[in-house]
Design a binder for this molecule. Structure first.
Ligand code: FAD
Length: 415
């Protein structure tokens, strides 16, 4: 049988290995991961894990025994540093090499770094991996009612808002600074942004929209010390802070693909079957840019659903059933008791119809483009989310007029 090598032992990588075995693939599988941990899930890192209510073992995608039992060679703590496409060899950081017939790049993404003065002060963090989360968890913990900290979060994206909610839940003082005029601007409609902003404000977060950070100040001011002291905004305002978390988006890890001469452009470029410009190499998850039937141009998605469904799609291709990837994009986020779920891509919406009751934190926004449903954003309406995903997949979508009728129910439309 062919030898499969997977670079990146995160959500997409681990799921690919598991999907190959569950499809009956019997060849050798090597899963190479730079992090010295068993493959784990990231979503809890900004939620329960940062809050101290979830533990390491809750994060693991699969127990160690799974990989051994399934004959998956898991090599954690070693980086793939080079690809030789003529000999089909991956070179590892420890000098070792691994041969492949089929290679899957599942290298994920990393936090974007803002070119700000003062980034190196103690107390300035980003959040991507469990080691980052461990550091934040220690700083946010309040044993025996230790006094609350002043936390400034730069960026009102998913991670920034989730961390804001977590830190408020622990009683810290939280300011979120966002350069754009609304929160989650890349992910949700303006209407959902406004509702979420209000929710955070109501919970005591100071939300500064349309403000840019100029630098991080430390070591001077009222409490001299080595750590960060304040965040300075354009215009001069200084916000005191003992802890700063920067969450301004991610960059795809494409170094290996670039070095190997694969087509790259904000992500490893793949076709509808998730093949790179070299047909022996697939790319999936956060690192891949693929043509989506739900968007007019190739996109990169950063979600568990996308990583997981692309893993299954590639496992099918490797086991002889290549199909175009067309899973409906789905995303969720947890903030306070708000369960935000998104089915489809709502960025291009030109009409939004509300069902449910925002005042009671239970509603869905049905998002249309030129009269066609393109996505549904739900707050605490998981049934809507489930049905919306199905309707979008089937193309059996209601019109804005139908949704506007009093008593409209997505479930009733689905049957
Ligand atoms: P990753 O999980 O990042 O895995 C890639 C792995 O490859 C990493 O371990 C990396 O170290 C390794 N790697 C990279 N380069 C190399 C190399 N050269 N050699 C060896 N190994 C390498 N998504 C949701 O849908 N819902 C959520 O609520 C949610 N919350 C999140 C909260 C946080 C704090 C974060 C950080 C992400 C969250 N996400 C959420 C996003 C989701 O976790 C990612 O989309 C998903 O992990 C992507 O999977 P992946 O396998 O592509 O990348």
């Amino acid at each position: 049988a062919e030898a499969v090598v997977i670079v990146g032992a995160g959500q997409a990588g681990s799921d690919t290995a598991a999907a190959l075995r569950s499809r009956g693939f019997t060849g050798p599988i090597t899963l190479i991961g730079e992090e010295p941990h068993l493959p784990y899930q990231r979503p809890p890192l900004s939620k329960g894990y940062a809050a101290g209510t979830a533990d390491r073992s809750d994060l693991e995608l699969r127990p160690a025994a799974f990989y051994a039992d399934q004959g998956i060679e898991l090599r954690c703590g070693v980086r793939a540093v080079e690809l030789d496409r003529t000999t089909r060899t991956v070179v590892l950081g420890d000098g070792g090499t691994v041969r492949y017939d089929r290679l899957v790049l599942a290298t994920g993404s990393r936090p974007r770094v803002l070119p700000l003065p003062g980034l190196d002060h103690a107390g300035v963090h980003t959040l991507r991996g469990v080691d980052d989360a461990d550091a934040l968890r220690r700083l946010l913990a309040r044993p025996d009612g230790a006094r609350p900290k002043r936390l400034v979060i730069v960026g009102a994206g998913m991670i920034g808002l989730e961390l804001a909610a977590t830190a408020r839940g622990l009683g810290h003082h939280v300011t979120v600074v966002e350069a754009l005029r609304r929160v989650l601007a890349r992910a949700v409609t303006a209407r959902m942004s406004a509702w979420l902003a209000e929710e955070h404000t109501r919970r005591g977060v100071r939300l500064l929209l349309g403000h840019e950070v100029e630098g991080l100040l430390g070591g001077t001011g009222p409490n001299p010390g080595p750590g960060v002291q304040a965040v300075r905004l354009h215009g001069g305002e200084q916000i005191p802070a003992e802890l700063v978390v920067i969450g301004v988006g991610v960059l795809p890890n494409v170094e290996l693909a670039v070095q190997a001469g694969l087509a790259v452009g904000d992500g490893v470029l793949v076709d509808a079957k998730l093949r790179t410009s070299d047909p022996a190499i697939h790319a999936i998850g956060d690192c891949a840019r693929f043509p989506s039937p739900y968007e007019g141009r190739p996109i990169r998605l950063e979600s568990v659903q996308n990583a997981s469904d692309q893993a299954r799609c590639v496992a099918a291709a490797i086991t002889g059933e290549p199909v175009a990837y067309r899973a409906v994009p789905r995303f969720w986020s947890g903030q306070y008791d708000v369960n935000l779920q998104i089915a489809g891509l709502t960025g291009g919406a030109d009409e939004v119809v509300l069902i449910g009751d925002p005042a009671r934190s239970r509603f869905s926004l049905c998002c249309f483009r030129q009269g066609r449903l393109i996505g549904v954003e739900s707050v605490n309406r998981p049934a809507d989310h489930g049905i919306a995903g199905r309707l979008l997949a089937e193309g059996n979508t209601p019109t804005p007029e139908q949704v506007r009728r009093p008593g409209f129910d997505l479930k009733a439309h689905a049957v």
